[in-house]
Design a protein around this ligand. Structure first.
Ligand code: ZN
Length: 295
């Protein structure tokens, strides 16, 4: 069974571009942006970084990660997106973020990334559900990765790299043809960055999705890969976690060459035909669709 919290994650983090969220963003801007919020600009980065008083240290850590991830991805994809990083306390996040609920990382069309500088409780209720399907050995791995009681903030903080990856198609004016393709692309970029630059936090990235992967597909109402979308919010996170697990295998088999091939094929289609093209997926990427939901 999927918890309500998981559907809320979907509603708050991944509905960019849908009319429902567009409406929500408009009303937030009218109400929230009118108020005066004071945050400090931090120097020392090749893009602008801002932080609420008290979370500057975390902001510097996340900005340094974002800098490293942007350098790595820009070299791989031949394009450098414009970004701004805002790491915010709860009140500033509620006022400034475009999707303020739950403090989940997100990025807007202009490349401004909104990140929570405080501990979020986003996954608390879903972890208990996930744990029900774990063997004793898996439960022990989970505790090793996140502590007891588990705190998955290290996982949540890594999602900013996923959001960064979206800028490489957003700022070039195209999107992947189907939602699962774009999300798999960003998850593969995230996994690749962590594997190559921060291997010590790899357990934090892979353990939660791998644990959720233990939940039987039969527990979901909808499981077809093409069905991932706004119309299925209850299962959205189930899809995301499974795509993150798929990224482990893809990276281990194809590494950065596969990530670049994935991107380059879609970029070329977007440049030639005005849109990305699902028929030009590398066979390894398409194998995820073929094998789904067994990744
Ligand atoms: Zn995404």
């Amino acid at each position: 069974m999927i918890t309500a919290m998981w559907s809320t994650w979907y509603a708050t983090s991944e509905l960019r571009g849908s009319p429902r969220v567009a409406d929500a963003i408009l009303s937030r801007n009218e109400c929230g942006r009118a108020q005066s919020i004071v945050i400090a600009e931090l120097s020392g980065f090749p893009f602008s970084v801002a932080a609420t008083t008290g979370v500057e240290e975390k902001a510097r850590r996340i900005a340094a990660r974002t800098h490293a991830a942007r350098s790595w991805m820009s070299e791989a994809f031949g394009f450098e997106p414009q970004i701004r990083v805002e790491v915010l306390g709860p009140e500033d996040f509620a006022q400034r973020a475009e999707l303020p609920a739950l403090g989940l990382p997100h990025i807007n069309d202009e490349g401004t990334m909104f990140l929570a500088g405080y501990a979020t409780s986003t996954f608390d209720s879903s972890i208990a559900e996930t744990m029900r399907y774990l063997s004793a050995a898996d439960r022990s791995t989970f505790v090793q990765a996140y502590g007891k009681p588990p705190n998955v903030q290290t996982f949540v903080d890594l999602l900013s790299v996923h959001e960064l990856a979206h800028t490489y198609h957003m700022q070039r004016g195209w999107s992947f043809q189907e939602l699962w393709m774009g999300e798999l692309f960003c998850n593969l970029a995230l996994h690749g960055y962590v594997a190559t630059h921060e291997p010590a936090v790899l357990p934090a990235l892979v353990t939660l999705p791998s644990a959720a992967h233990r939940m039987p597909p039969e527990m979901q109402g909808v499981t077809g890969i093409e069905a991932m979308g706004a119309e299925n919010p209850l299962t959205y996170v189930w899809y995301q976690f499974r795509l993150q697990v798929a990224a482990i295998r893809l990276w281990d088999a194809g590494g950065s060459a596969l990530l670049r091939e994935f991107y380059d094929h879609q970029l070329l289609a977007a440049q030639q035909d005005g849109r990305a093209d699902a028929s030009r997926l590398p066979s390894a990427i398409d194998s995820v669709r073929v094998a789904w939901p067994h990744v």
